[in-house]
Write a protein that binds this ligand. Structure first.
Ligand code: BF8
Length: 648
């Protein structure tokens, strides 16, 4: 267990107390080679057929068809999560606008007006603007046909308002513009049933098309409407790791994705502190697990306790009164483990688990449900067995809540009239060599190995600025990479840049690794990158931007990966989805997609090697841009750069 992200003593405690965690279960699973390669077809009941070499399934499907069809089903599964997330938020906004709930307000009034303007929604009151936006958003799920008009965006308004025009043209040319979330996901399931689509390239293009569904009708739509309801992320200073649990407090963990519930839990925890003191606790400590943790962190400054693989261990501490879970990435094992402690698991939405309490949550009953949950937690504090409590000490400080807007605000302290130029100049001079988005999950198959931490440190050494979301953001925070003390890992150029911008904002430095939030907040990465592309009047494919999803775990991450490829961003994987059984599919993602979109997938299973490959891609992209080449020898001043662009 040396050099693991798991606390050694906590793992020992689980063993001593006979608790089965993912570490034990992963060892007992021997993955079937057909499943791993993606060549097991369970789509009809003449099989399951297992395809080896030239052998075909009973229906005649070959390995390429089976792999591509299975992949499309996975991508559709992943996108369905983000689309459902967006639907939940859209319906909540409609309820708020129509006065059907008084539990929520419109917290992001600036965002409301900006979004209404972009969508062309006009109304005299805020509530009517919100209603108009929610109705537009509903179209993203239910539109049934699409004819693309640049100005009207009949395919998808969210795609039109967020994507680069150069990308939209490309997607239109290769025929992957999606019509609507529900339409495309349902269609993907249809065409992958027995006796429908078997042509691999067509299936793979549909994977990309669902990637766009995921990006715009899932990620962007969710982030935008969450910003309207809860306000935009703010820069906060907080802490991460299981050490944020408090021995003398009632501990409540929120786990899942949609912030409607978790925001209410935070609110009621504050309101009911006094009640907690009456049972002998010092107060109520709400901590975040997985993505909902990021959502309440970036808006309320709540501490991050655990990523997906540490959730089980949060219960093993013996100090958790209640774990509230809404949807996605919630292991059923949590209920079994909680059964060995006093912890109560309360599920509220899609993640119903045997043995856990279920309290159906709606925006209408939000206050009542949240109050009840906190009451249960306070009551349960009395049942805590103090002799079984062990909270690891380790935790790290982090700056969080970064986004395109927070960064522009920070840059404006250096250059007020054109903030993005601060970063563009650093990119042009090579001070910052490039930007890498490291996104996604932690995979149990790596058993706690610090792959991602090592890879990120290598990237920093090479002056690559790193942006993270999801479980990787938890990991980077825990490793202390999101505070200025991590400057020691950076190359001299990146260090200088982070110091300069940080000092202009009364900080020691900007963090070498940026916390951009939850997985739906990957949308904010595109928004940030778009600012650079627009400033330079170019496309993503000619910028030194790369991505890595090194520990892919969920189908959602595969859908996000497809979207990143659509954006023209090269993508590194360590663990790959089951596609290795088809040479055609491997070739499509490693080579063919580059001709279509300027992106490709690379696989590297060693963190140092992975960083090296990513840096090489960045270098290649820098060389492709004559502008970068010139600025390697001639350091241009900001004024000169502006003059060259013809701006005043
Ligand atoms: O959506 S990173 S394990 S928590 S899927 Fe899940 Fe993966 Fe974690 Fe959030 Ni994202």
């Amino acid at each position: 267990m040396k050099d693991s992200f798991l606390d050694e003593k906590l793992v020992e405690k689980a063993k001593e107390e006979n608790i089965s965690t993912f570490l034990d279960r992963v060892d007992k699973q021997t993955p079937c080679i057909f499943g791993v390669r993606g060549v097991c077809c369970r789509i009809c009941f003449s099989g399951p057929c297992r395809i080896v070499g030239k052998l075909k399934g009973v229906c005649g499907a070959d390995a390429d068809t089976v792999v591509a069809r299975n992949l499309l089903r996975s991508v559709a599964g992943g996108a369905s999560c983000h689309v459902d997330h967006a639907r939940e938020i859209t319906l909540a906004l409609l309820d708020i606008a129509e006065g059907k709930t008084i539990s929520y307000e419109i917290g992001g009034k600036k965002k409301l007006r900006e979004l209404a303007k972009k969508l062309g929604v006009k109304a005299s009151s805020e509530k009517d603007l919100a209603r108009g936006i929610a109705l537009e958003a509903l179209e993203e799920f239910r539109r049934q046909e699409g004819v693309f008009h640049e100005s009207e965006g009949e395919y998808s308004n969210w795609l039109r308002i967020h994507a680069l025009p150069s990308r939209i043209s490309l997607w239109k040319n290769i025929g992957i513009l999606p019509i609507s979330g529900d339409y495309e996901i349902s269609h993907a399931l249809h065409v992958t049933t027995m006796g429908n689509e078997s042509e691999p390239t067509s299936l793979l293009l549909k994977c990309l098309r669902i990637g766009l569904v995921d990006g715009y009708m899932g990620l962007h739509l969710s982030s935008d409407l969450q910003d309207v309801i809860f306000g935009e992320p703010k820069l906060v200073e907080t802490e991460a790791n299981l050490g944020v649990l408090k021995e003398d407090h009632v501990n409540v963990a929120v786990h899942g994705h949609v912030p409607l519930l978790s925001a209410k839990v935070v609110e009621y925890a504050k309101k009911m502190e006094e009640k907690a003191r009456k049972v002998g606790a010092e107060g109520i400590n709400v901590v975040g697990i997985c993505c909902t943790g990021h959502e309440i962190l970036e808006r309320h400054g709540i501490h991050l306790a655990a990523h997906v693989l540490q959730a089980e261990f949060a219960i093993v501490t013996g100090a958790l009164e209640v774990l509230v879970a809404d949807m996605q990435c919630i292991f059923p094992s949590l209920s079994t483990i909680a059964g060995c402690y006093h912890t109560k698991i309360i599920t509220t939405a899609n993640a119903r688990i045997s043995g856990a309490m279920y309290m159906p949550f709606t925006v209408e009953n939000a206050d009542e449900i949240a109050r009840r949950m906190i009451e249960i937690a306070i009551e349960n504090f009395k049942s805590r067995d103090k002799s079984r409590v062990y909270i690891p000490k380790k935790k790290a400080k982090l700056y969080a809540g970064f986004s395109d807007s927070t960064l522009l605000k920070l840059f404006s302290s250096v250059e007020n009239d054109n903030p993005i130029n601060v970063l563009v100049s650093a990119l042009e001079s090579g001070e910052v060599k490039g930007i890498c988005a490291v996104v996604g999950c932690r995979n149990p198959r790596l058993k706690g190995e610090k792959f991602v931490e090592k890879m990120i440190k290598e990237l920093l050494k090479e002056d690559v600025w790193v942006i993270t979301t999801g479980c990787i953001a938890h990991s980077a925070a825990q490793e202390g990479l999101m505070n200025p003390s991590a400057l020691k890992f950076c190359g001299s150029g990146l260090r200088k840049f982070l110091r300069e911008v940080g000092r202009a904002n009364s900080m020691k430095a900007l963090p070498p690794v940026l916390h951009f939030g939850s997985c739906v907040d990957n949308s904010r990465i595109e928004k940030f990158w778009k600012k650079i592309a627009e400033f330079l009047n170019t496309d993503f494919s000619s910028l030194p931007l790369v991505a890595s999803a090194p520990e892919l775990l969920t189908e959602k991450s595969v859908a996000i990966g497809m979207w990143l490829l659509c954006l023209g961003i090269p993508l590194h994987l360590n663990i790959i989805p089951p596609i290795s059984g088809s040479n055609k599919v491997l070739k499509f993602f490693s080579r063919d997609v580059e001709k279509l979109l300027g992106s490709y997938v690379i696989v590297a299973n060693d963190p140092v090697e992975a960083a090296k490959c990513l840096v090489e891609i960045i270098e290649k992209r820098r060389k492709k841009r004559i502008f970068f080449l010139m600025s390697l020898s001639v350091k241009l001043s900001h004024q000169e750069i502006r003059k060259r662009r013809g701006s005043p």
